[in-house]
Every structure is written in C-alpha cells, then in structure tokens.
Design a binder for this molecule. Structure first.
Ligand SMILES: Cc1cc2nc3c(=O)[nH]c(=O)nc-3n(C[C@H](O)[C@H](O)[C@H](O)COP(=O)(O)OP(=O)(O)OC[C@H]3O[C@@H](n4cnc5c(N)ncnc54)[C@H](O)[C@@H]3O)c2cc1C
Length: 298
C-alpha cells in the first residue's frame, strides 16, 4: 500500500540508518523513503497517520543519532529540488526546497552574487534541518532565521501552512517547529546583491574558522550539547578533563570537546553512555546541566 504511493521517489525496507547520518550510527528503518515530491511527502504522512505508523523526517542526518534498534516506522528523507528566484531585485527573495543542501545553497548564492548565506558555507545538512534547528554560526552571531522571510510547511493536522518569520518563534538553537510534529516543505530567504568575489572572501573566512575550530573529515554529529549563558558547552567539557575520553569507539574530540567522534564502529549505546558520563561529570565539577542539541531518535 505504502509502495503504491511512491511513484517519483524510492521506498525500501530495512535500510540501515547509520549510512544516512554523518556520525554513522543507527540500526534499520522499517521503511525508508526518499523523495523530493511534495505531494508524495504529504501522501506518506497521511498514510502513516491512517495506519498509526510512526514517522520521522530526515534531512542531511548531521544532527541526529538513531538507536541501534533503528526506527520501527517510516523515515522520510527529503531530496533536493531546485531553488527558485521569487524576486530578482533588492531585496532579492529566493525559495529553497527543504531538502536542498545548505552548503550548496551557499555556493550557488555566492556564484550568483547574492549575499546572505555565507555562514552556511561548509555547513552539513539541508535547509529544512537548518530551519528546524535554527542552525547558527558564532562569527557574526548568524542564525538561520536571520534572513528568513517565510516557511511553507505541513502542520500536525496535515494542513499546508505559510508563515512569515514574525509568525514563528526562533531563538538560539530553537524554532517553533520543534514544538509540533511537522514537515517543512520550502522556505523563502532575503538576500542583498554583492560581488561574488566579496561574498567568496567571507565564505573562505567561514571555512577557515571551521577548519581551525571543528573536527572536519571525521564522523561526528556536530555539537552534542547546547551552549550555555555561562559559556560554551565545549569549554566546560574541556575544563572537566574530558577531551579524548572514550566509550568504546566513540571519543570526545581533542579538537573541540563538544564534538564526539565515531572512530569506526561506535554504536548508539556508546553514544548514550558518553552523553551521560559527560553530563554527570560537568554537573559534578561545575553544577551545570548540559542539554543535548543532537536529537536521539528511537
Ligand atoms: C561537522 C559538522 C559541523 C556542524 N557545524 C554546525 C554549525 O556550525 N552550526 C550549527 O548550528 N550546526 C552545525 N552542525 C549541525 C548540523 O549540521 C546542523 O544543525 C544542520 O543544519 C542540520 O541539518 P540536517 O538537514 O542535517 O538535519 P537532520 O540532522 O537531518 O535533522 C535534524 C532535525 O531536524 C528535523 N528536520 C530536518 N528536516 C526537516 C524538515 N524538512 N521538516 C521538519 N523537520 C526537519 C529532523 O526531524 C531532526 O529533528 C554541524 C554538524 C557537523 C556534522
């Protein structure tokens, strides 16, 4: 029945989720659907509701860890369509499908001479995931919502909604989409016109800082914990002496203590144990409660 819905995308059973996350952890999804077709996405979620099947929307998998048992339902991975120029003159408005790669969007905007996505240069994942997490960049205090104009999404009653930024809530690492089960379909952003060379300089600066401060080219899920008012989570994890601490194949990065690196065969149970260990040690030493930024899905 579910298979009959999928005509443009693909549907497979028992697909290992590890391969669709950047940290490469996670067991199988009962159903794994990939599509860029909005009507198909909506039909899948309606099917799930009618058949009481749990569902989960996956973007680039760069901020999630799946359990070793996997997901006993439908994982819907959004693929990318094309972006669309809504308004060509200042302020330029461009609509991106939720499955569009954040880094590719940054590159395309740079090439076109549209300034606004420089901070997404080198950011893993998709536009939809970045809106959901309100992804941020420390230099210049950029947040994904900064140049957002509006979002089109499917709400928890399966109605298509279009909301402007002012009708939604965004704060550090938070969007109102985290409060309700929904599917972000597309979003429009505002850009200014600059020379591609000028934009490229900022993108290079962003990448240089990434390379200096983050473990690149290894298996991670980004920052595990949210930063705190008192300072960065990585600072306290480092101060607690936890850099290079490991549970089996999962290790606290020696470069940035808020990243866990899967050295090869790490499992979700290692992840949960390392999260618990780091939280209890930071609590014991500094009386600080760390909160996860990465979503654990089971
Ligand atoms: C090396 C590395 C560096 C990183 N650097 C940064 C950084 O500088 N700043 C930062 O903020 N983050 C960073 N991250 C974390 C991550 O890349 C971002 O948060 C990213 O924007 C998440 O997008 P994603 O598509 O991978 O989301 P996923 O991991 O696929 O999903 C994250 C959450 O968003 C939800 N979601 C995804 N798409 C949709 C949709 N269309 N509709 C509804 N919900 C959706 C998922 O259900 C899940 O709850 C980094 C990660 C890595 C691995």
């Amino acid at each position: 029945m579910l298979k009959q819905i999928i005509k443009k995308g693909t549907i497979k059973e028992n697909v290992l989720l590890a391969q669709y996350t950047t940290i490469k952890i996670g067991g199988p999804a009962r159903f794994f659907i990939q599509t860029e077709d909005e009507a198909e996405m909506m039909a899948v979620l309606q099917f799930c509701r009618q058949n009481r099947l749990p569902w989960f929307v996956l973007g680039g998998g760069s901020n999630v860890v799946f359990s070793d048992q996997g997901f006993n339902g439908v994982v819907l991975k959004l693929l990318s369509g094309q972006y669309r120029i809504v308004r060509e003159h200042t302020p330029v408005e461009i609509e991106f499908p939720a499955g569009y790669s954040s880094h590719l969007a940054s590159v395309k905007m740079m090439e076109a001479g549209y300034s606004g996505f420089e901070s997404l240069y080198g950011l893993p994942g998709t536009i939809g995931g970045a809106i959901y997490q309100n992804s941020k960049w420390p230099r210049g205090n950029y947040q994904m919502s900064d140049n957002l104009k509006s979002v089109v999404y499917l709400d928890n009653h399966f109605q298509i909604q279009t909301k402007t930024k002012s009708e939604l809530d965004f704060s550090y690492g938070f969007s109102s989409f985290q409060k309700q089960k929904c599917l972000i379909l597309k979003a429009t952003f505002i850009f200014t016109i600059k020379s591609p060379d000028q934009i490229q300089l900022t993108c290079r600066e962003v990448m240089r800082y990434r390379q200096q401060s983050q473990p690149i080219g290894v298996l991670t899920a980004g920052c595990i914990f949210k930063n705190l008012e008192q300072g960065s989570a990585g600072y306290y994890i480092d101060k607690a002496g936890l850099k290079s601490k490991n549970i089996n194949d999962l290790v606290v990065s020696s470069k940035h203590a808020n990243f866990f690196v899967n050295q090869s065969q790490a499992r979700a149970q290692d992840y949960l144990k390392l999260v618990a260990l780091v939280k209890s040690e930071v609590k014991r030493q500094f009386n600080i409660d760390l909160k996860e930024e990465v979503l654990f899905v089971q």
